[in-house]
Design a binder for this molecule. Sequence first.
Ligand code: AMP
Length: 440
Amino acid sequence: MPADQPYWQKLRKSVEKIAIDYNYQRIDLPILEFTELFERGTGESTDIVDKEMFKFKTRGKEDVCLRPEGTPSVVRAYLQHGMRSWPKPVKLSYSGPMYRYDRPQEGRYREFFQFGFEAIGEQDAILDAQMIQMAMQIFRKLKIKNVSLHLNSIGCNECRPSYNKLLISYLNNRKKSLCMDCKRRLKTNPLRVLDCKEEKCTQVVSQAPQTVDHLCDDCKSHFTSLLEYLDEIEIPYSLRPQLVRGLDYYTKTVFEFFAKDDEGAQAALGGGGRYDYLVEKLGGPNTPAVGFACGMDRLINVMKKNDINPYYPPKPKIYLAQLGDTAKKKSLKIFEELEKSGIMVAESFGRGNLRTQLSQANKLKAEIVLIIGQREALDGTVILKDMNSGGQETMPFNKTIKEVKKRLKKNAEMAKKLALQQAKKKDKQRKKSGNRKKKK
Ligand code: AMP
């Protein structure tokens, strides 16, 4: 809604700035995709695919769905559009609506917005660290403080099968204590049992074997380098052995960001990780990759809760008023001329009464009102009314633009001077009261 747009604008601007600074190119992904993309990519046993997809058949009996996330689409586009031949890593960023059929509640919507970053074609842990750094930079830009980073490594095809065996055997011995979903997960996706939020499952899981203790040498040194990079850029992390993320494609690094005062499962601001097999799974060559996505609605909720200033675009300081039919006819053209020369103008062309137009200008805190009446419209002049002094003068229209710019500049300089004087005065008063306290 319009009232929320200053928050969205601030968020979009911050994400765009980071994308440009870190050399990520924007990609726009289709909202509608073949269902198979997510079944193969995100994984059939995940909650997203199993329970939450908005899927349906087209008239041609194709299975399609509203995208539940962006990563598989980015990889599909990477493969379909020849990005394999680009210099690596291919760095892409996106944002837009995602759809998941879940029970709507605060922070969990059926239509929600995400922005995401993906780097395809590089396995070095420095990229994992850079992803985390970018997310943190965005939170910093938004002035969202106290974001904590949860981190884990869940291994690769080398080390995960043997870890899975250990985990399954551990869980099988405690099967009775697991929830119904986890009993099913034990067969389809045992790792997911680790991040179940059911009380009885978390108790079982707290003693379960941990992925980090069973990593192969490659995964271990990858994770160690990531931790070293994070230390180097002074990003604190909290190691979370139970963090696996709800998507099938992750390998090695997984991470999530939480707003610190609200560390419930619902409050994850975003998350990501490495997905070294996804490109291959979707028909491409063996290509490592890493990425993350954040929930924009949730970030905005946090901004609002913390009274963070949104982005307010500059407001027009000029108001254009018109009186009579001839003037009204000219007003569209005059507005266009002003806009073309970079002057932002407010108006209410639907109103004919000058008094209501002037009170509107007052409400909008316009510094100058340009009035065109019948006579001005005929002889190509404008009445320039200075709202600060109340004075007004008539001048040829072709001189107005220069005059308006001159006055706006002068007003801005005056306002700056005044603000400086006030700041100095406050400073003096603060020092004075400080001295008085010292004397006491
Ligand atoms: P995921 O793709 O599940 O890893 O989600 C990444 C981020 O998107 C989460 O951390 C949330 O901030 C956000 N998110 C996921 N699902 C929803 C939802 N249903 N409503 C609002 N935000 C969501």
